[in-house]
Design a protein around this ligand. Structure first.
Ligand code: 13P
Length: 252
């Protein structure tokens, strides 16, 4: 029942096209021998065409950072699944805490985007995570349970198996303050338990769950040694080829 580790970069709102070219060309040779780990870069919409063309024939897969729930139409500023697929996009991040915090995403909009993504054949990376205040008030589990049950509601067994979940404690994002491997493992194990209740234990044991939040070359080994942690969603450290490659090659 081995789950293949997945290390995904989330570039967020960084990298112009020219900068993206330099980063990808630098990254390709550094990660080419990562055979046992899936390597993904989730990039701004404007970098997708460039990333797909530069990553063709390499082991790097390309993802977007969001997708519309609607198929097409009057949704100014949104990007549809068909638009992403036509460019060769494989993965898509949904429900990142920055989307929830700054752009009004809710569990229900996350669920709507997710359903469209899986229906169209994009592979989703759905983010969940508690704020510092919620953790300090001992609400981590109830917050995460709600995000998982509502955000991932009504997926078929096949679709949940194609969905990656990223546990990203909001207080660990961009702060340099990583969750300890025990904290990350505990919550990720809890998420697996929630999935087991929604589906079956057998299915839950097959779903990949990443950790995200200040993951870097220094802490990746310890986090990846945890039995329930199947990979990482990497922000800051994915913007430098050398750093990202060291995270990807955590097992070397
Ligand atoms: P950092 O790695 O910069 O903390 O960002 C994590 C993240 O939000 C990935 O989605």
């Amino acid at each position: 029942m081995a789950r293949k580790p997945i290390i995904a970069g989330n570039w967020k709102m960084n990298m112009t096209n020219e900068q993206a070219k330099v980063l990808i060309e630098g990254l390709k040779p550094l990660v080419k021998d990562a055979k046992k780990t899936e390597v993904v870069i989730c990039v701004p919409y404007t970098d997708i065409a460039t990333a797909v063309s530069l990553c063709a024939g390499s082991n790097i897969k390309v993802g977007a950072e969001n997708v519309a729930w609607a198929e097409k139409g009057a949704f100014t500023g949104e990007i549809s699944a068909d638009m992403l697929l036509e460019l060769g996009t494989e993965y898509v991040i949904i429900g990142h805490s920055e989307r929830r915090q700054y752009f009004g995403e809710t569990d229900s909009s996350v669920n709507a985007r997710l359903k469209t993504a899986v229906a169209k054949g994009l592979k989703p990376i759905v983010c969940v995570g508690e704020t510092l205040e919620q953790r300090e008030k001992n609400r981590t589990k109830s917050v995460i349970r709600k995000q998982v049950t509502l955000g991932l509601a009504d997926l078929s067994e096949e679709d949940i198996l194609n969905t990656v979940i990223a546990y990203e404690p909001v207080w660990a994002i961009g702060t340099g303050k990583t969750a300890t491997s025990e904290q990350a493992e505990e919550t990720i194990k809890f998420i697996r338990g929630v999935i087991a209740k929604m589906y079956t234990r057998k299915i839950a044991n097959k779903v990949r769950i990443q950790y995200g939040g200040s993951m870097n070359p220094k802490n990746v080994k310890e986090l990846m040694a945890m039995p329930n942690i199947d990979g990482g969603l990497i922000g800051g450290a994915s913007l430098k080829a050398e750093d990202f490659s060291l995270v990807v090659n955590f097992d070397k």
